[in-house]
Ligand binder design. Structure first.
Ligand SMILES: [Mg+2]
Length: 404
């Protein structure tokens, strides 16, 4: 009797195991790389040829589709994961029945530092997708660059590689846990949804219908860049005639003061270089000594100079003022009004356009030593420099309008 029961259990176990494997090879992921985006689709992922519009059901992964068994924020090994909720696979299958294609967008910069190696991530994601057992595509950002949410590199990969030129239906949406609530570590999922023009839901709201966790009425922090563009552009300079004396040929030293990314170099090149002003910049010259030396020789040649460094402290500005004073040449402060958030946004825009991003520590360093420029330091005047966006092309403007 016992033996028979054992045999039956064993047979049914083997049968179940065989059944559960059946068809799962359809969910095998075939990986590709697009710059710093790793992406894959299941074998059975396909778009309906006849439909012009693509209904996209998009999800974040960590904290949305899965959590960790260990309770850590990020799973440290391939098996340290569990579904966010039991109903996740069922809910995703329902979305495919409603005609949506399932896509996952996940930030995994740990791949670059090898904190979470790429091989481990692939094994883990394959397990997750088999568990979901739904046709889907998954996009993985491997760096801190343009592909990292909230920037839209992964979405661009999706549009290029998967959407096949179809337009994206307005019913498309994104679900993510980084929504900018008090308990959230960031709002990058919500900003990503906004950048991609997708409706946004938190996992609690989406999976459980929990309206208390809706962020619909919660203002998104940061700067509303779209609103900035429709506002009346503020005057660039206050006073507006601040460049008249320079234009009239007076020799001057102009000391710029502002965050990295506040627009100092752009201003110099657009407004001062055409007037023959020599630009003195630490990044290009390399050392302070070279900056002092070029300031001295240029003034001796009768030319005006602009000190295009951040110059946050009186002791960073003082030595330059002394050089001007020694020749009886007026030193002027041009203080850039761009806030820290704004300057950081501009830095991220530059990165998203393929340029260099300024490390966040540079902003803390600026803030720590910052003192507002005062006439007592020896300045002839203090000019306030506002911000008027100037875009080199449409792509630059679009990059500016993205939340970063
Ligand atoms: Mg998450």
């Amino acid at each position: 009797m016992m033996k028979r029961k054992y045999q039956t259990t064993m047979e049914s176990f083997i049968k179940t195991a065989a059944n559960s494997d059946e068809g799962l090879e359809e969910y095998n992921l075939k990986w590709s790389r697009d710059d710093d985006v790793l992406w894959a689709a299941t074998k059975n992922f396909s778009l309906k040829e006849e439909e012009k519009e693509l209904k996209v059901a998009a999800y974040d992964l960590d904290g949305t589709i899965i959590g960790t068994k260990s309770g850590k924020a990020v799973g440290k090994h391939a098996h340290d994961w569990r579904l966010y909720a039991h109903l996740v696979p069922e809910k995703l299958v329902k979305e495919t029945d409603r005609g949506f294609v399932i896509c996952i967008f996940t930030n995994q910069a740990g791949i670059k530092s090898n904190y979470t190696p790429e091989g481990m991530i692939r094994v883990k994601f394959q397990q997750v997708i088999r568990k979901l057992a739904v046709p889907c595509a998954i996009f993985v950002s491997c760096t801190y660059g343009y592909s990292r949410k909230p920037s839209t590199g992964m979405w661009k990969t999706f549009l290029r590689s998967v959407s096949n030129g179809k337009s994206i239906a307005s019913s498309s949406f994104f679900v993510g846990d980084a929504a900018g609530r008090q308990k959230d570590f960031s709002d990058s999922d919500r900003k990503f949804a906004r950048n991609c023009n997708l409706d946004f839901y938190t996992p609690e709201e989406y999976f459980y219908g929990d309206q208390d966790n809706s962020v619909r009425d919660l203002p998104l922090k940061g700067i509303d860049f779209k609103a900035m563009l429709v506002k009346e552009p503020t005057s660039l300079l206050d006073p507006p005639n601040a460049l008249d004396s320079l234009k009239a040929g007076e020799q001057q030293m102009i000391i710029l003061i502002g965050y990295p990314g506040a627009g100092k170099s752009t201003f110099s090149e657009a407004h001062l270089t055409p007037l023959g002003v020599v630009r003195i910049n630490m990044d290009t010259l390399g050392t302070k000594a070279k900056c002092f030396s070029l300031a001295q020789t240029s003034l001796a040649e009768g030319r005006s100079v602009v000190i295009d460094n951040t110059n946050p402290r009186p002791d960073s500005r003082g030595p330059f003022i002394d050089i001007a004073k020694a020749r009886n040449i007026p030193a002027r402060a041009f203080h850039f009004q761009a806030s820290k958030d704004f300057a950081m946004h501009m830095s991220a825009v530059r990165r998203n356009q393929g340029g260099r991003m300024i490390p966040p520590q540079a902003y803390a360093l600026y803030n720590n030593g910052f003192r507002k420029p005062q006439l007592e330091e020896g300045f002839l005047d203090i000019v306030s420099v506002g911000f008027v966006p100037v875009f080199k092309d449409e792509a630059h403007k679009q990059a500016f309008l993205e939340c970063t």
